[in-house]
Structure formats: structure tokens, C-alpha cells
Design a protein around this ligand. Structure first.
Ligand code: NAP
Length: 255
């Protein structure tokens, strides 16, 4: 199945729609991840901090979906800065795979960009432990610090995003640097009862949640909704059968 992807600066392709796994600790992650893979998601977002890498990896293996068809992201907890290599090795062991698709610095360690950690990320990519590297919750200023210190830009910055947080200037600043924006918490950062979502949803015979996800895709913002509810897991993936008009996009941008 071909899904919309975005090109990463290092040459990889990242599916624009993924499945989030925060607040699905331990065994709570297994069934939702299995269902997501059965539904067709080919992109999983976990983190050392989510304490579910083992279950995400087991669900991936049991799904029977070939490893090379699923984009797997995990993240270095900020407090593990200085222990980068042992942390990625532990993530790979827990996930039961020998290479990540994307490894992110989860938060700026102690609130700082920390180029030493970024150098370890570059080394992990060179060692083949991960295909792509990026950051999360970094400001543009912190990304520039990493670029200035190492000459290497993060391929991705995973940040909170939603129509309410839409910031065209921030998107442009990332794109000028070759950094893909990956949005998180599309629903938790939205008011699903916002009238614009309801009106647009009605026009297309879909739900407000589907409108929000579709809006991300049309902006080429990676989006990783989380759900533990079977119907929602399916509905959140079912967003390719309609297209928002330029006018609808503009109205949602302005929410
Ligand atoms: P989210 O995906 O915006 O929202 C999840 C919540 O929305 C859950 O309560 C879920 O309920 C509900 N929901 C899911 N689908 C829905 C639908 N179709 N209609 C109505 N409600 C729906 O929030 P998130 O988990 O914070 O963000 C997504 C992912 O981003 C996370 O799982 C994680 O992978 C990542 N993330 C990263 C960071 C970071 O610092 N890098 C921070 C936060 C999140 P049910 O589960 O009960 O269905």
C-alpha cells in the first residue's frame, strides 16, 4: 500500500501519518499497535520514556508486516544525555530490531541544545544504528546551535501541532533548514467541538478528528494520532478519501 510520505534530508521517506503510543505503557500498547498495523499504519512512534518499546516491538513482529515496510521512531530521554549509545542499544534490543528509522532527542537536555549529544546522534547514524536522526521540542534557535556546532541539521523536529497552534512562519523556518516538522498531540491540542471543524466535516461526510488529521497531511506536517479505541484507530487512518479545499484549509489555519 502506498501512503503519502515526506522526504528526509538524509534520503529516507517518512510516512506522513503515524501511530502515537504515549500513555500506552507496557502491555497496554500491544493490542492498539497490532490493530494499527492491521489497519494499515506503517509508522510507529514510541520513546524510551513511554516504557512500551518491548510491546511495540512484539506487536510489530507478530503483525507479520515486513520490518522494512514500517517506519519506527524512538527517543532518547533528556536525562540520558551522556549515555546515548547505551540508550539506543537498549531501545533496539527492546524493540527487537537492528536499526531504527528515526531516533530523536526527546527534549533539549536541561533545556539546552547540547551539541555533544547531537554529535552522538550523528555517530549513531554513521554506525547504522538508525537511518535518520532528529530532535523533539527544540526551538529554531536550538536547532541553529546544533547546525552551527556540528554542520549537521536534524532531519525532523517533533513538536506540538494542531490548527490552534498553526504557525506558518515556524513551518517555513524549519523547511528553510531542511527540517521536517512532525506534529504531536493533534487532538489534545485541539477543541474538537470548534464549529469550523464541524462544518468542514459535515461537507465531506467525515468527523472533526478526520478533518484535523487531513489538514496536517495537506500541510505536509507529519501527524501521529494516538488511540486505544479500535474504531478511532481505524477512523484516524481513513483520511485519504477526501480533500480539503484551499478555502477550507485557510479557515482551519485561522482557528
Ligand atoms: P493525541 O493523539 O492528540 O490524542 C490522544 C487522545 O485523543 C486520546 O485521549 C484518545 O483517546 C483521543 N482520540 C484519539 N482519536 C480520537 C478521535 N478520532 N476522536 C476523538 N478522540 C480521539 O495526543 P498524544 O497522544 O499526546 O499525541 C500523539 C502522539 O504524539 C503520542 O502518542 C506520542 O507518540 C507523541 N507525543 C510526543 C511528545 C513529545 O514530547 N515528543 C509529546 C506528546 C505526544 P482514546 O485513546 O481513548 O481513543
Amino acid at each position: 500500500m502506498t501512503q503519502p510520505t515526506v522526504s528526509l534530508a538524509g534520503g529516507g521517506q517518512m510516512p506522513l501519518l503515524g501511530f502515537g503510543t504515549w500513555q500506552l505503557p507496557g502491555s497496554q500498547a500491544y493490542d492498539p499497535v497490532r490493530m494499527a498495523l492491521d489497519t494499515g499504519y506503517r509508522h510507529l512512534d514510541t520513546a524510551t520514556m513511554y516504557r512500551n518499546e518491548t510491546e511495540v516491538g512484539r506487536a510489530l513482529l507478530d503483525s507479520g508486516v515486513p520490518r522494512d515496510q514500517v517506519f519506527v521512531t524512538t527517543k532518547l530521554p533528556a536525562e540520558r544525555a551522556g549515555r546515548e549509545r547505551e540508550t539506543i542499544e537498549a531501545s533496539l534490543r527492546a524493540l527487537g530490531i537492528d536499526q531504527l528509522d528515526l531516533w530523536l532527542v526527546h527534549w533539549p537536555p536541561n533545556g539546552a541544545a547540547r551539541p555533544e549529544t547531537w554529535r552522538e546522534f550523528v555517530a549513531a547514524r554513521e554506525a547504522g544504528l538508525t537511518r535518520a536522526i532528529g530532535v523533539s521540542n527544540y526551538s529554531i534557535g536550538q536547532i541553529d546551535e546544533l547546525i552551527d556546532a556540528t554542520g549537521v541539521a536534524p532531519e525532523v523536529n517533533q513538536i506540538p501541532y494542531s490548527p490552534a497552534l498553526h504557525d506558518a512562519k515556524l513551518l517555513a523556518e524549519h523547511r528553510e533548514r531542511g527540517v521536517v516538522v512532525e506534529g504531536y498531540s493533534p487532538f489534545r491540542r485541539s477543541n474538537l467541538r470548534e464549529p469550523v471543524f464541524a462544518e468542514v466535516a459535515k461537507a465531506h461526510g467525515v468527523t472533526p478528528a478526520q478533518v484535523i488529521l487531513r489538514w496536517h497531511l495537506q500541510h505536509e506536517i507529519v501527524v501521529i494520532p494516538k488511540s486505544a479505541t479500535p474504531d478511532r484507530i481505524k477512523a484516524n487512518f481513513d483520511v485519504s478519501g477526501f480533500e480539503l479545499t484551499p478555502d477550507e484549509m485557510a479557515r482551519i489555519d485561522a482557528v
